[in-house]
Ligand binder design. Structure first.
Ligand SMILES: NC(=O)c1ccc[n+]([C@@H]2O[C@H](COP(=O)([O-])OP(=O)(O)OC[C@H]3O[C@@H](n4cnc5c(N)ncnc54)[C@H](O)[C@@H]3O)[C@@H](O)[C@H]2O)c1
Length: 423
């Protein structure tokens, strides 16, 4: 029988509770939670119950649990962006292997320091670049590796963040301000930069970028817009960002229609019509999108020049109806068009009939094209054989290039597209 892995979870939010917590509840033979930490007492009590943990295994901060002697094989670090490095350092020093949420850090030096620390303590750090585990991107990579399209010359890719996701996370929510989280190109798109560089298999040499916050600011507010959607706003009827409609009334996205999971459980941890309405009246998610304290971009383009003259063009945009990724990889003998919403990867070998791969990414945990679940499967395998598995799909070392490129892209954006060299 395979060894059951033990873990602690730091941060019990959308990732710690809803993704990894759920995975663990569904895989009791494989992995067991022996300790949890969150600064939010309500979450602590609820997740403690989920895992039948005694009170002494539930800590009121990551710092507090990490001050204890090591109590598990690994730690899942699912706290907020700014805390990852400190929590990771403390956990490595205690001897935990880590599953570390992205972004690792908005400081390249801090990322490098962490690589050194992991080496010193001989611990594995898996960064949650979940896209590398998806059947969708692995199909594209296989086609490229088989030589279906010859040599890759250029890539065009779009991350469609989705208008409501932008409003939820990047205008009203936790990732709205660079100073409190990180620049959007790092926070949201380090995934994309990572996967695109992995697909072309070449390092990035130079980067430039443009982008700004076009819409979500005071001067764009429609006439009659109030500070909150709950304040008898005169613009509500025509506004696609109306929080009351989205979180409460809409039959698909609202609590009235029965929706209880993300993103409503971020608005109110136990969503009912009353609790969500109350949260909209008083909390961040009921604020008018034109009257928030956000400063991250709502669209950005990044141009990358890679080794051998290969180029990548990437666009991130809030302005799409659905959240999905699309890309076209163009090679010397063919091209690949891939749509993550339709789950289709089409290979066009020049002069031949196209081949369409329908991607099956059915997993019990929704989101990220099945990547979350597959990453956890592989993480558990690694934890069972930490001495024998050395090549990790999303090691800290491999993840850092995307962070460097993202930070250079942000520097370029702030200097109106100046070209930056990536070493
Ligand atoms: N890999 C991915 O695809 C992916 C997707 C979404 C989010 N993320 C990243 O995962 C991380 C968590 O995101 P989330 O959506 O779960 O956020 P969240 O805000 O829902 O959860 C973070 C939790 O950490 C807790 N926390 C804050 N300070 C703490 C401390 N000192 N000790 C213990 N707990 C503390 C908060 O109370 C909260 O419950 C973020 O860094 C985010 O960028 C990654």
């Amino acid at each position: 029988m395979n060894k059951q892995i033990t873990t602690i979870i730091l941060g019990l939010g959308g990732r710690g509770r809803d993704i990894y917590g759920r995975y663990i509840l569904e895989h009791p033979q494989e992995i067991k939670v022996v300790g949890i930490a969150d600064v939010d007492e309500e979450k602590l009590v609820r997740v403690g119950k989920d895992f039948s943990l005694p009170k002494k295994a539930c800590f009121t901060s990551a710092e507090a649990i990490l001050a204890q002697p090591k109590m598990a094989d690994c730690a899942l670090i699912c706290t907020q962006d700014k805390d990852h490095v400190n929590h990771a350092k403390m956990a490595l020093e205690k001897g935990y292997h880590l599953l570390l949420e992205k972004p690792v850090s908005d400081s390249i030096e801090a990322c490098e320091e962490l690589v050194e620390l992991a080496k010193i303590h001989k611990r594995h750090v898996v960064v949650c670049h979940v896209l590398r585990y998806t059947p969708f991107y692995n199909t594209i990579k296989d086609c490229i590796t088989k030589g279906d399209i010859g040599e890759v010359v250029t890539v065009q890719a779009i991350e469609n963040v989705g208008y409501w996701h932008q409003a939820h996370s990047f205008v009203r929510g936790n990732w709205r301000k660079t100073s409190e989280s990180s620049p959007m190109i790092l926070a949201k798109c380090c995934h994309d930069l990572d996967i695109l560089l992995w697909l072309v298999g070449k390092s990035c040499k130079q980067v430039s970028s443009f982008g700004n916050n076009y819409l979500f600011k005071e001067e764009k507010a429609p006439e009659g817009a109030t500070l909150r959607c709950t304040d008898n706003c005169l613009a509500r009827k025509e506004c696609p960002y109306d929080a009351v409609r989205y979180y409460v009334e809409d039959p698909v996205t609202g609590v009235k229609g029965g929706k209880k999971d993300w993103p409503i459980n971020i608005v109110a941890p136990v969503p009912t019509e009353e609790s969500v309405m109350e949260a909209l009246k008083t909390g961040p998610y009921g604020r008018c999108v034109y009257h928030c304290d956000n400063d991250v971009v709502d669209h950005q383009v990044v141009n990358m020049l890679c080794e051998d003259g290969v180029t990548i063009n990437f666009t991130m945009t809030a302005f799409s109806d659905r959240c999905y990724r699309y890309l076209k990889v163009m090679g010397t003998k063919g091209c690949i068009e891939a749509d993550m919403d339709k789950n289709v990867v089409s290979v066009f070998k020049f002069g031949e009939e196209p081949i369409h791969y329908m991607i099956d990414n059915e997993t019990s945990i929704e989101g990220h094209g099945g990547g979350d679940e597959k990453m956890m499967d592989q993480f558990i395998e690694l934890m069972r054989n930490p001495e024998h598995i050395s090549s990790l799909q999303t090691s800290l070392e491999k993840s850092i290039e995307s962070h460097i490129v993202a930070l250079k892209a942000e520097a370029s954006r702030l200097e109106e597209g100046k070209v930056f060299t990536v070493k």
